[in-house]
Design a protein around this ligand. Sequence first.
Ligand code: ZN
Length: 456
Amino acid sequence: MSTLIRGGTLVTGTGGVIEAGALVLADGRIDAVLDRWDPTLGFDGEVIDATGLLVMPGLINCHTHGVTPGPLFPSAAPALPDEEWLGHLDRHLLAGTTTVLSLCGFATMDHVREADRRHPVHVRGATTHLPSALAAAQRADGGGLSGREAQLSVEKMLDDGAVAVGELGGGQTLGGGGQDLVYLPAAIGRRTGVRISQTEARRLKEAVLGRFLDAATVDVDELTAAADDAGLAGRLTPGELAALVADTVMPSIAPALEGIREGVRAAARLGVPAVVHSASATARVLRELMEDPATAGATVIAGHANHPSHASREALELARLGREHGWLAEVSVFDLLHRRHTVQTREHWDALLAEPDLVQVLGTDYGHGGRHDELIAAVQDITARGHRTLGEAVAMATSAVARAIPGLAPQRGELRAGFAADVVLADARDFREVRDVFVDGERVVHDGALTAGARR
Ligand SMILES: [Zn+2]
């Protein structure tokens, strides 16, 4: 089966743009990339008129969660029901993403292969099967663990097809938003009977532990004021409250930070990329690892370098320091462009992207309940704001990702003869309007909807 896509603006994935070019797909591969199609020539196969459309490689998303039937997040929370992770993959595909890297590192490769088999999106896996990362997950949550994880290792997972180490660290294990929302209010409620909010929990936490969770001393005045405002006056002494907060938040933090060290060193030793959780809680250990001789030569990707727990100036400084040490930076769109449920500011995003060559790759991360803004919306935004040209912005979600993580999408991410025919057709004026998507030459999205045979 051959397909000719002609008349569209080809965005090659490596920075190039060909106006009114043509693409020939055959046997699941890109057969030819042409500057133009001679209309007097016949074509034996389907012909698609792409006038007014962009034609680009299927996008490659290097930071996703909730796309397999395995344990969720670095905290190994219970797996999502099938319809939920399949639904996440549907949304990735409908927005032009044809390859995802699952950064729920406690899934097994059987979980990853099941997702890959049941959905047209190419699902690839990463691993955090490390003793300290496992201990952190068990202390923070661990509800999705089967008990067999301790027998697995990064080495075994790589042998079985994992392509990266990660995500190393996460908000749930590192005293981030997951602590403020769920675990800390629960602990205080059990002890006092008072139900506190996420905001109140964060304030108490920061009074006891500081914004970087490494304070040498408790800010007793602030803790007393925060406790009063949260309705806890007279329930606990400042000393009791400080101990309760520390005992709830801290147990998973030390192993989670140690897990980051173990993971980056393993990645250096084994020659695979590591994806680390960049946030205020990890800034210190990331700086330490940049200087660590045992990590020299490793490919380390700072995941969501634009994490909102950093002050934007801190995010910029950490990313610049990473660049000096040869690290790569990924920015996650979260839901900061449109939905704005978990991240309300675009300050960090713009600060990092405004600096040339500071950010190499784009991802989505998870957003609220998996409702992140689409990767293609990130590409559109970066182009519209003038941070990058169209060709460069598409490269950040295609060839640059394939290059950063060599096992993720070999022979994908470019419109190039011989490469896999993963191709997206989108409205040239607003390419969030994805019309058609081909995976391995097969049309799986048509006129913005999944085709009948898309899911297997
Ligand atoms: Zn993260």
